[in-house]
Design a protein around this ligand. Structure first.
Ligand SMILES: CC(C)(COP(=O)(O)OP(=O)(O)OC[C@H]1O[C@@H](n2cnc3c(N)ncnc32)[C@H](O)[C@@H]1OP(=O)(O)O)[C@@H](O)C(=O)NCCC(=O)NCCS
Length: 204
């Protein structure tokens, strides 16, 4: 297997999605929502679209206000509830344009409560490489949620979206993020000049 270049374009963090419908059209580069909904019953988590619960904008604004999330993920300069609501409202368009897809992580039986996010941005449209980003709320960390969510999301994205390879970028001083990538079956692709490790996972 060819190693991805360490210079692959990418992003980090939170990203966008859209309402292109639930069925994937093979000729379309739009990202569809997962259907049926993505659930890992054994690990007790599911992934759902943003905006499905009334309190989503409040939860997203709170996550953006977490210094660790803001430091490790790409969050907007304005991260109040209004900005979060606008970001959620724009999700469908980003997804329909094939730019990004982001899903809420929830625990089984509590779909309204946001415990994290996992998503991808299209990092290289020509090669169909996406870069994943993820976070969990501070109170939910250390229980395997991010690992389960990234594994579930990545399997779905590679199988169902027009994505050939997924990349993850983890800072050297963020060992938890690296461990999540590793446990979600990503392989190390090398270290970047910016003090981060690049990981990849291919469609099989
Ligand atoms: C990184 C993050 C997503 C992990 O979320 P989480 O729900 O706690 O992740 P999990 O519980 O699934 O797994 C964390 C793993 O990291 C390990 N870990 C945690 N802190 C660690 C540390 N300081 N050193 C080494 N490993 C560490 C845990 O032991 C666990 O591994 P294990 O299952 O083998 O024991 C969460 O801390 C977060 O949101 N951080 C802020 C945003 C961020 O960094 N996002 C990633 C951007 S690439």
């Amino acid at each position: 297997m060819r190693e991805p270049d360490a210079e692959a374009p990418g992003r980090s963090g939170t990203v966008p999605s859209g309402s292109a419908g639930r069925q994937r059209s093979p000729s379309s580069l739009a990202f569809a929502l997962p259907w049926p909904p993505l659930v890992d019953a054994e690990r007790g988590i599911g992934l759902r679209p943003w905006g499905a619960a009334d309190a989503d904008a409040t939860a997203l604004a709170a996550a953006w206000a977490d210094p660790e999330v803001a430091r490790r993920n790409q969050v907007p300069a304005r991260h109040d509830e209004g900005a979060a609501a606008a970001w959620i409202a724009g999700e469908a368009q980003r997804r329909s344009r094939g730019l990004a897809v982001d899903l809420v992580v929830f625990e089984s039986g509590r779909p309204d409560l946001v415990v994290g996010e996992v998503g991808l941005v299209m990092a290289d449209r020509l090669r169909r490489w996406g870069e994943v980003g993820y976070w969990t709320v501070a109170s939910a960390r250390g229980h395997g949620l991010a690992t389960a969510a990234v594994a579930l999301f990545s399997r779905w994205a590679l199988a169902e979206l027009s994505v050939a390879r997924l990349l993850a970028r983890t800072a050297h001083d963020n060992p938890a993020a690296a461990r999540v990538a590793e446990r979600a079956a990503y392989l190390p692709a090398g270290d970047l000049a910016e003090g981060a490790r690049l990981w990849f996972l291919d469609r099989h």
